[in-house]
Structure formats: structure tokens, C-alpha cells
Design a protein around this ligand. Structure first.
Ligand code: GLY
Length: 357
């Protein structure tokens, strides 16, 4: 990595556009490597997709494309260290909320009845028990932001990137709050980034669990998941998600969809049908950054540019943040990436693709 010119004290070594979990995890990693980092966000840090997620570290989800495995396994391996470095900087611990996932076999996903409840044990024919953990993304977001704010990383909120022009190994950024020069730019704006990344809306709700329902594990079918919070401010709640909708940037929630999700969840745990026993405590929708092949775009935007992208993490942004930060920092610094990034080449989509300004 080439250092910024000395006469531009305010210029960062790396500028990151997008202060979601990917952008801020990368900012911390680059900062750890000695870089001066500025992060821009059109809105406020960690205010959209990153806090709408369920937080499953679902590296073994059978719905994931197989090419995602090496990156997701690397991220799972990095997670304890990722959380401890956030805790060291912020003073805020981010505990794992669950440590097991019961994954329904696809043939049983739509044929569940309460007689199957005893099946929710390891070794069941209907469910496979996976060693998968989850975190509370809102707890993670608060700690990550506090960690970043305790470093020299600059976050410029309410600053949208309007254009980025490469010339002579410098990138001139035009933003809604002024211009900025940087030798390296990384686009991490999720659903608001490249034209090949489309928002895929997910509605979900969270419900309070009665003391009679001690749910400590994630339950997941091909249709829905139930994710209990066991620690921290939302302990005793369970998330029920999620729809997958292609409706642009709309984030409204609809009773009909939430009722559908609750009914599906009640087929797994019948108590969830009872709104008095398990009242709704929150409802929201997030915009997953989807790509045509459900794989992220990680790497250099074009061969002759020092603009990089780390977008399109679709359903796995929380899971993939530590490994994405690691591999992007490695390639920006000029090292070999820990993981083969060939399947994630940003150049695999047609050249008409471009940055969505
Ligand atoms: N990560 C869970 C979802 O996309 O619904």
C-alpha cells in the first residue's frame, strides 16, 4: 500500500464508502495494519442492513452456494478473535447467543406437526444438529461502533459518494459534503452499491418467550428460522424470519407476512401461535444485498484501478464480515489473500455494471 502524500494530512490512506458491518470491520482491520482510514456513509453508521439481520453464523446452511464454504469457514474461525478485538477496543463484550442450530431436512420443512417436537434433539431423523453459533447484530453493531470510535478511524456520516475519478494513482472523491483524495477506495455500500447488487427485502418479527419455553437453539427450515436471544438486552426474545422479496428499497412491514412467518414458526413450536403467550415485541425489514449468483463481489473493481469492492453478502453479511475484512485488507496491502477470491471476482458480471451513485 502506498502512503498518502505528506502534504495532504487530512487525506486517508484508504477511504471506505459504506459504514455497515463490512465497512467498519474492514476499517478496523486496515487500522490494525497501520493505515489511516476514513469511512463515509450516506446516512448514519450501522443503521440499515447490519442491524436488521438475525445474526446466524450460518456457514453450514444448505442453501448457501458451495463456493462460499472456504470464505465462510474462515470467517467462523476468525469470529472469536474478531469479537475479542472489538471488546478490547470498546470495553463491550459481544457474547454468542446460541451455539447449535437444528436444520430441518428439506423434505420435512413443509410437513411439520407438533408430534415432531420431540424430534428437536441431536440425532433426529427430521433435523440435523449443526455446530453453528449466532450473535445479536444490534449488540455487535453497538460494540463495533464504539470500538471504531476509540481509534483514529474517521467516520463521516451523512456523506454520500457522488463520484470517484481515478487519475495518476489518486482517486478524487466527490461527496455530498465536499471532495476528498485517496489512493485507495473500497465500496462497501451493500444494497446501495453496484448496479448488479439488488436489494432483497426480509421482514421479520421478534416475540417474547414465556418462561415455560426455554429455547436455547436456532431452528431453521428452508422457509423460516427461529433465533432465540439468550443474553444481553434482548434475552428472552426470539426472532422469527424472514421473507425474501424483490421490491426495491421498500422496508415497510405487513401484517399478512408477519402472520405467515408466525404461523410457520408455530408449526415448529406451537406456543408461538399464541400472541398472548408470545407477544410481538418488534417488527422490521432489512435489505439484503443480493447478486445474480448469491455470491459476494470481493476484489478490485477493474484491473487498472485502486478501487475495490466488498458487497453482495446477501444473507451472510454478519457471518462473512471478519473474513471479508481480512481478505480485503490483504489484497489492498498487496499480499496474497488467505482465501481464493476467484469465485467472488467483481468483474464476473457484464461490463455495463457500474457504481450506483
Ligand atoms: N440472514 C438471514 C436472512 O437473510 O434472512
Amino acid at each position: 500500500m502506498r502512503r498518502a502524500r505528506q502534504n495532504l494530512e487530512a487525506s486517508p490512506d484508504v477511504c471506505i464508502a459504506g459504514a455497515g458491518i463490512i465497512g467498519l470491520a474492514l476499517a478496523l482491520e486496515l487500522h490494525r495494519c497501520g493505515a489511516r482510514v476514513t469511512v463515509l456513509d450516506r446516512d448514519t453508521a450501522l443503521s440499515h442492513t447490519s442491524i436488521a439481520a438475525a445474526g446466524m453464523l450460518a456457514a453450514q446452511d444448505p442453501e448457501n452456494p458451495s463456493q462460499l464454504k472456504p470464505l465462510s469457514e474462515r470467517s467462523v474461525a476468525l469470529y472469536p478473535q474478531f469479537l475479542s478485538s472489538i471488546e478490547a477496543l470498546s470495553g463491550c463484550a459481544v457474547p454468542f447467543q446460541t451455539s447449535r442450530t437444528f436444520q430441518a431436512h428439506p423434505s420435512y420443512a413443509n410437513a411439520f406437526d407438533s408430534a415432531m417436537l420431540p424430534a428437536l434433539t441431536p440425532g433426529s431423523n427430521h433435523f440435523q444438529m449443526l455446530d453453528e453459533r449466532s450473535v445479536d447484530p444490534r449488540q455487535l453493531a453497538a460494540a463495533l461502533l464504539a470500538a471504531v470510535r476509540n481509534t483514529t478511524i474517521t467516520i463521516r456520516e451523512h456523506t454520500a459518494l457522488r463520484s470517484a475519478v481515478d487519475s495518476n494513482r489518486n482517486i478524487r472523491l466527490d461527496t455530498t459534503t465536499g471532495s476528498l483524495d485517496t489512493p485507495y477506495l473500497v465500496h462497501t455500500q451493500g444494497a446501495w452499491s453496484l448496479t448488479s447488487v439488488i436489494p432483497r427485502k426480509g421482514q421479520m418479527l421478534s416475540v417474547g418467550l414465556p418462561s415455560s419455553l426455554k429455547l436455547r437453539d436456532v431452528i431453521r427450515t428452508t422457509d423460516i428460522y427461529i433465533v432465540p436471544r439468550t443474553q444481553g438486552p434482548r434475552a428472552g426474545h426470539a426472532l422469527i424470519g424472514a421473507t425474501v422479496e424483490d421490491v426495491g428499497f421498500d422496508t415497510t412491514t405487513h401484517d399478512v407476512d408477519l402472520v405467515y412467518l408466525r404461523n410457520q414458526a408455530a408449526r415448529l413450536l406451537p406456543q408461538l401461535a399464541d400472541e398472548k403467550l408470545c407477544p410481538t415485541v418488534d417488527r422490521w425489514a432489512g435489505l439484503r444485498p443480493g447478486t445474480p449468483d448469491a455470491l459476494p463481489l470481493l476484489g478490485r473493481l477493474t484491473d487498472d484501478s485502486n478501487q475495490f469492492v466488498a458487497v453482495g453478502h446477501y444473507r451472510n453479511g454478519i457471518l462473512l464480515a471478519p473474513a471479508t475484512a481480512e481478505v480485503l485488507a490483504q489484497i489492498i496491502i498487496g499480499r496474497e489473500s488467505e482465501v481464493d477470491l476467484t469465485p467472488f471476482s467483481p468483474q464476473r458480471f457484464p461490463a455495463k455494471d457500474g457504481i450506483a451513485q
